[in-house]
Design a protein around this ligand. Structure first.
Ligand code: GDP
Length: 360
């Protein structure tokens, strides 16, 4: 499964956020395929459509899709003093599919800031700089080999040109995720180099009640990190929420005037950032969301349920979620002409409620 690595300077609230994530974790009993490890938090992707489907189909249970967060510990203690990041840390980041940096916005004189003051922009730069330097090092290490391969005509000159263009972006102090588009660097082309700053970034700004109501501060920080996503949450509040029952948590959120929890937002944005989407299945046993990549075809989607479904794929019977809800039942949707038969080239859409037909 794809994972999001959580990083950040010391004392910004990473552990607090990660504790909240592990408290909100899905029950392993329902997800036997999810490996539950101490540094991994597997949280449900909130999807209110599942409860609606469960109502229509009389499902015994709902199974949301999940998003996996990895706590990449052992950071940066020395990063701000120029000691750089440990190799273990870099190896862990390399394995993650997206990077989520937790940044401190909250003021609290009892909690020491490593740099002596709360300054999100500088925290972000500290970590970006280390990752950028590591990528530059990778390019420098690879260049002699690439030039040799070019002379042996094993690679094209254009590949080296792209690597050099990437190098230039990095030398300007930008991550490739932020700077590649403007510099017309094709990230797919240089994927074999496994540069870390090509991964999508998400920024979690750990703030307090006042910060959550401060639209101006949020707009400023969002602009600072664009095109990366910015999420504003209160990690302490989230960890308290995650201890409550679903009903209690909903009440506490409503009392505080928030439409959704920060963790739910993080799960949603994380899932989206990983390039994932879901489709839905429903029946008396369960209503369930299945994770696929954006752009996946119907047979690929079927393969997520079982490889046999992909191999023996015949067709998919698809009803859009909204059409199904409007009609009230599969039979009614069918007689209203809202059920579609889709073949092997069909590209799945968000909200498809699907039944696959296949040969075994
Ligand atoms: P980490 O080093 O990044 O993992 O940070 P921790 O999660 O251990 O948090 C460091 C300290 O800051 C702890 O004492 C937390 O209780 C406190 N802390 C974390 N989040 C918040 C917050 O939103 N507000 C305040 N005031 N303190 C927080």
């Amino acid at each position: 499964a794809l994972t999001i690595g959580i990083v950040g300077l010391p004392n910004v609230g990473k552990s607090t956020l990660f504790n909240a994530l592990t408290r909100a974790q899905v029950l392993a009993a329902n997800y036997p395929f999810a490996t539950i490890e101490p540094n991994v938090g597997v949280v449900p992707l909130p999807d209110p459509r599942l409860a609606t489907l469960a109502g229509i189909f009389g499902s015994e249970r709902v199974l949301p899709a999940t998003v996996s967060f990895v706590d990449i510990a052992g950071i940066v203690k020395g990063a701000s003093e120029g000691e750089g990041l440990g190799n273990k840390f870099l190896a862990n980041i390399r394995e993650a599919d997206a990077i989520c940096q937790v940044t401190r916005v909250f003021e609290d004189s009892d909690v020491v800031h490593v740099d002596g003051e709360v300054n999100p922009a500088s925290d972000i730069e500290t970590i970006s700089t280390e990752l950028i330097l590591a990528d530059l090092q990778t390019i420098e290490n690879q260049m002699p080999r690439l030039e040799k391969e070019l002379r042996a005509k094993k690679i094209e000159a254009s590949f080296i040109e792209t690597v050099k263009a990437a190098q230039k972006v990095l030398e300007e102090g930008k991550t490739l995720f932020a700077g590649a588009a403007a510099a017309k660097v094709d990230l797919e082309e240089i994927a074999p180099l496994q540069l870390m700053t090509t991964k999508p970034f998400i920024y979690v700004f750990n703030t307090d009640e006042a910060g959550l109501a401060n639209a101006e501060m949020q707009a400023e920080l969002s602009a600072l990190v664009a095109p990366a996503e910015a999420i504003f949450l209160d990690a302490q509040f989230e960890s308290e929420l995650a201890e409550l029952t679903e009903e209690e948590a909903a009440e506490m959120l409503e009392d505080a005037g928030y439409a959704e929890s920060g963790l739910d937002k993080l799960a949603r944005v994380g899932f989206e950032t990983l390039g994932l989407q879901t489709y839905l299945t429903a029946g008396p046993k369960e209503s369930r969301a299945w994770t696929i990549h954006k752009g996946d075809t119907a047979p690929q989607a079927a393969g997520v349920i079982h490889t046999d479904f992909q191999r023996g794929f015949i067709k998919a019977e698809v009803i859009g979620f909204d059409d199904l809800v409007d009609a009230g039942s599969v039979a009614a949707a069918k007689s209203a002409g809202k059920a579609r038969i889709e073949g092997k080239d069909y590209v799945m859409r968000d909200g498809d409620v699907v039944e696959f037909r296949f040969n075994v």
